[in-house]
Design a protein around this ligand. Structure first.
Ligand code: NAP
Length: 318
């Protein structure tokens, strides 16, 4: 494989693969370093690989499975000449041009870099999570709330995300139980007031989820009183984990600017980072929308930004 590239794309969720489609169609022959299949945070295809039905991606009126959608993205990029490395980028040097990216011992050089390493939802660390994610266990109310009409579901967490998700989920569910490990919420006052006023929301204080019930799909959550240690099973058909997100930025620590929450900073109305020629798109730079379609949109932007930047480099006098 050619190690001298026009564009290297690190990460292969909707943002990275859309960037790959656009860059490939601009004849830039991008290399996508797509991640490691065994990893839960850097898996090729990103977070959609952990979902089942996707009903909100435009163009699929009957819905599509997350992994199938990502396979389609990948095939579309490949069709126009994008190349893929199914490994993790292990080191970068963005202080020199061309930029350098290592995959273990192999160094790739690239004129432009697009970072689309995504983010991951923090999870509870229960063994059953891997089995039930996408089967009643979810990290995205916007994506999955619709599947729980008329049901009793629970949300774990006590921050703004948990209360926002709980409030949103009452549009579908009959009852939403917020499970919080303390007796005081971290969420803003306005979100608290809204949740307390909602008759469909109830709170379980000082409570942790210690196990999940169900083999093929979620049938309940084992909850434990943090003060007494007593456990019981809450008969919920849906459990939304809303205990925070982490952007996947380790590779760029100290190199690319991040905000206070650790997300990469891009210039307004652009995907440009603090290093000229390095662009960022998708969830690694977005903690507001976090949708496949918005990630894909920003991947398109990153590719166009990279293409224009490369064009300007080549046409500027030396
Ligand atoms: P967060 O503020 O960090 O809250 C995480 C919550 O999850 C906390 O209540 C925490 O409990 C709990 N938690 C953490 N680890 C846990 C574990 N292992 N088991 C059980 N509970 C656990 O995260 P967030 O709610 O995602 O919000 C992130 C940022 O985005 C915040 O700045 C927030 O204001 C912002 N945000 C804003 C909006 C909005 O304004 N509309 C919506 C969503 C998010 P403790 O309280 O005990 O630590």
């Amino acid at each position: 494989m050619n190690t001298a590239r026009n564009v290297v794309i690190v990460g292969s969720g909707p943002a990275g693969l859309t960037a790959a489609i656009y860059a490939a169609r601009a004849n830039l022959a991008p290399l996508v370093i797509e991640g490691e299949p065994s990893s839960t945070s850097d898996q090729p295809g990103g977070q959609l690989m952990l979902t089942t039905d996707v009903e909100n991606f435009p163009g699929f009126p009957d819905g599509i499975m997350g992994p199938e959608l990502m396979q389609n993205f990948r095939r579309q990029a490949e069709r126009f000449g994008a190349e893929f490395l199914t490994e993790k980028a292990t080191k970068v040097d963005l202080a020199v041009r061309p930029f350098r990216i290592w995959v273990r011992d192999t160094m790739y050089e690239s004129d432009a870099v697009i970072v689309s390493t995504g983010a991951r939802s923090l999870m509870l660390g229960l063994e059953a999570e891997t089995r039930l994610i996408g089967h009643g266990l979810s990290t995205c109310a916007t994506c999955d709330g619709f599947f729980f009409r008329g049901q009793h579901i629970a949300v774990v967490g006590g921050g703004d995300s948990a209360l926002e998700e709980a409030t949103f989920l009452t549009r579908f569910a009959d009852k939403v139980t917020v499970i919080h490990r303390r007796d005081e919420l971290r969420a803003s006052k306005i979100m608290q007031d809204r949740a307390f006023a909602n008759p469909k929301i109830e709170f379980l204080w000082n409570t942790v989820v210690s196990d999940l019930v169900g083999q093929e799909k979620l049938e309940g959550a084992v909850v434990q009183d943090a003060l007494t240690g007593a456990t019981r099973t809450l008969p919920v058909t849906g459990l939304f984990v809303a205990i925070g997100h982490r952007p996947n930025t380790d590779l760029f620590a100290g190199i690319l600017d991040t905000d206070e929450a650790g997300y990469l900073v891009t210039r307004p109305r652009s995907t440009a980072t603090n290093i000229e020629g390095v662009f960022a798109c998708g969830d690694v730079q977005d903690h507001t929308y976090r949708q496949a379609v918005t990630a894909a949109g920003s991947g398109c932007m990153a590719s166009i930004d990279a293409e224009r930047w490369l064009e300007a480099q080549h046409s500027s006098p030396t």
